[in-house]
Structures are given as C-alpha cells and as structure tokens.
Design a protein around this ligand. Structure first.
Ligand code: FA5
Length: 344
C-alpha cells in the first residue's frame, strides 16, 4: 500500500512538472485531489484496513496530500505569473515608433488680426470689450446723432430685424459705433476702449466690400483730449501694424457723431500708390473713419462737453491683412477655402 502511494506521488509530480496551462492544471487537480481523485479514494479506503496499518498508511497519505497541494499552489502561482508576463509583453507600447500626425487647427486670419490690433491698443492703455450684433435703432443711429429720416442714414445700408409693433426698431448693427454709447452710458470718464466685432450691411459685395465684415471701434474720452491725440494714436497703430515704410493719409470726412471727422487710408498694396483697378486709381485704400466725439453725443450720455472731449475711430478688420499681404479680394476670407486659410 505504501509503495503504491509512493508511485502515485511520483506520477503526480512528474505530470505536474510538464503542465503549462491552467486548464491542464485543473484537470490534474481533479485527477489526484478531486472528490473522485486517486488520493481521495485511497484515503476513503483506509477504513477497511486494520488499525495499525491504517495509522501508517493514513499518515503517509496525508503527507502526500499536503505535498500535492503545495505543488499545486506553486504551479498555480508560476502559471499566473507567466500569463501576466505574456499579457504585458503583448500590450507593450513601443515608444520609439513615430506617433500619428495630429491635425492642428489655427486661428482664422480675421481672428489673428483682431488679436494683434487689440494687443497694440491694449499696450497704449485701451481695454477690450464686446457688444451685441443685434442692436436697437437707438444705439446704432439715434444716439449717434443720426435721427430718423436723416439723409445720413443712407451711409449705412441697413439690415432690419422685425420688431414688435410700437417697439424701437431693431437691426443688425451696421458698425461698432453703437458700443460708444453703451460704454459711456455705463462709465464715467476717463474712458479708453477698443471694441472688436461683426457688422452687417445690405450691400452688393465686391473686392473690398462684404455684407458681413468685422470692425474694431476705438473710443477715448477724458479732459483735454485733442485731435493731436487722435492722430498720434492712429499713426502709432499704423506704424506698428503696417511697418515704417507704408504711408498713411488723413483726409476730411463726414460722420454725424464726430466733429471734425476724418478718414485714414494706407497706400494701395497692389500698385503701391500709383493707381490701379483695386484702389479706383487713387493709390489709397481707406481703412478707417474717425474724428472728435461730437458734443451732442457727449451730452446724450450726460458727459459735459465743456469739461470732456474725446476721439473715436472705426477700422475695417479684413482690410488690414489685405493691405499687409496683398490679398486682392475680401470674399476670400469667408469662402471657407482651406487653400487660402492655410496660408496664415
Ligand atoms: C463707419 O462705420 C464709422 N462707424 C466709423 C467711425 C467710427 C467714424 C468712429 C468716426 C468715429 P465706415 O462706413 O466708413 O465708417 O466704415 C469704417 C471702415 O469699415 C471702412 O474704412 C472700411 O475699412 C470698413 N468697411 C466699411 N464697409 C465695409 C464693407 N462693406 N466691407 C468691408 N469693410 C468695410
């Protein structure tokens, strides 16, 4: 009986040695240690043996059982360790492989320009604010000294928004100037701000005109502000954005909310001032309207024109990159053509 047990032990261990997966290990466990396993049967058969023999064989069988269980545990651990090592090997990341290319977006040239221009004015002490694109007639015209039925309204071909009967009419702002009023209504001088944003006009488009375009409004109001401050500020802006070598021109212009009013132009980017189709043979491209804030506008927001004075300007944003890079048509900006946009 003892010899049989020794043989059983030897067989079990030699089988265990070559097992290389958990499924075969489980079969092995059932074969030897399971309820109907060889060793279990031996232990069950003990009751038929004489007492003396039962003691000896029982002790040996229990010892073998403990040895087999220890062997089983050891094998289980080593198989688990092996399978973990294999899994880790399989999912290893090769950090030396080149990565997948990532498509990186970029800012639209209009956004780039707005950020750059605002940074130039911020460095001169102007804060940057924004306002609504759907506007009341009051802010877009009335408060800017352009009463209803005044012929100056024709300067801005307007897209009207249907407003309820009896309400102040609404529109898509034709310029960023309404923000002058909104800002002054809320603050007392000194005021120094630039306001970038979309503006809309009911206009046929051509190479330099869009029906939706961007403007940046500027406003400075304080004691003792003069036309010299306006000119100095705008020439500094032109110098920083277009460079020393470009020429800027000031001429008289009319806007009902400034007095006196001016327009500023930069020498044409295509003909460099000689005259061509783009600049209507003048050699100049207008980029902004400006002037000293009209006393009537100051009174409207309760600023005393005998104490305070100020200047304002409104610059067309798209015309800045057009002038700098020689872009011949404003419609390229909003055509969603990546061949154009990727160049910036
Ligand atoms: C105005 O809109 C005034 N609000 C400017 C102003 C502000 C004057 C403060 C005085 C004081 P104007 O309509 O000229 O002015 O437009 C200003 C600039 O916007 C133009 O110089 C031009 O650069 C740009 N602009 C005007 N219309 C268009 C258009 N349809 N497409 C693209 N840019 C335009």
């Amino acid at each position: 009986m003892l010899a049989e047990l020794e043989q059983l032990k030897a067989r079990a261990f030699s089988e265990l040695d070559v097992i290389d997966n958990l499924k075969h290990l489980e079969e092995w466990r059932l074969r030897y240690l399971g309820r109907k396993g060889s060793l279990t049967l031996v232990l069950r058969g003990l009751s038929g043996l004489p007492l003396e023999e039962r003691r000896v064989v029982g002790a040996a069988a229990n010892e073998i059982k403990a040895a087999l269980e220890a062997g089983l545990k050891q094998k289980q651990d080593s198989l688990k360790e092996q399978s973990l090592a294999v899994a880790l090997q399989k999912s290893r990341i090769d950090v030396t492989l080149p990565g997948y290319p990532v498509n990186v977006g970029r800012f639209h040239p209009t956004t780039q320009t707005i950020r750059e221009v605002c940074a130039v004015f911020a460095s001169m002490g102007f804060q940057v604010i924004e306002g609504p694109e759907v506007e009341w007639d009051y802010y877009n015209f009335e408060a800017l000294n352009i009463p209803r039925d005044h012929p100056a309204r024709d300067m801005w071909a307007t897209l009207w928004v249907e407003a309820p009967e009896g309400e102040n009419p609404m529109l898509l702002r034709t310029h960023t100037s309404p923000m002058q009023i909104r800002l002054m209504e809320k603050t007392r001088p000194p005021v120094r701000a630039v306001i970038p944003g979309k503006t809309y006009r009911y206009e046929a488009t051509d190479a330099t005109h869009e029906s939706m375009f961007y403007q940046i409004e500027g406003l400075a109001v304080d004691r003792g502000i003069t036309m010299g401050d306006l000119k100095g500020t705008l020439f500094e802006f032109a110098r920083r954005v277009f460079g020393e070598e470009r020429r800027a021109r000031f001429r008289c212009d009319y806007f009902p909310f400034v007095e006196p009013g001016v327009e500023m132009a930069i020498d044409c980017w295509v003909c460099r001032g000689k005259g061509c189709r783009l600049c209507g043979n003048t050699g100049w491209i207008e980029i902004l309207g400006a002037g000293m804030v009209h006393p009537q506008v100051l009174r409207r927001v309760d600023y005393d024109p005998d104490v305070y004075s100020g200047f304002a300007f409104g610059v067309g944003v798209e015309r800045i990159p057009m002038l700098r890079y020689g872009i011949e048509d404003i419609r390229l900006f909003y055509g969603n053509d990546l061949r154009f946009l990727k160049q910036f």
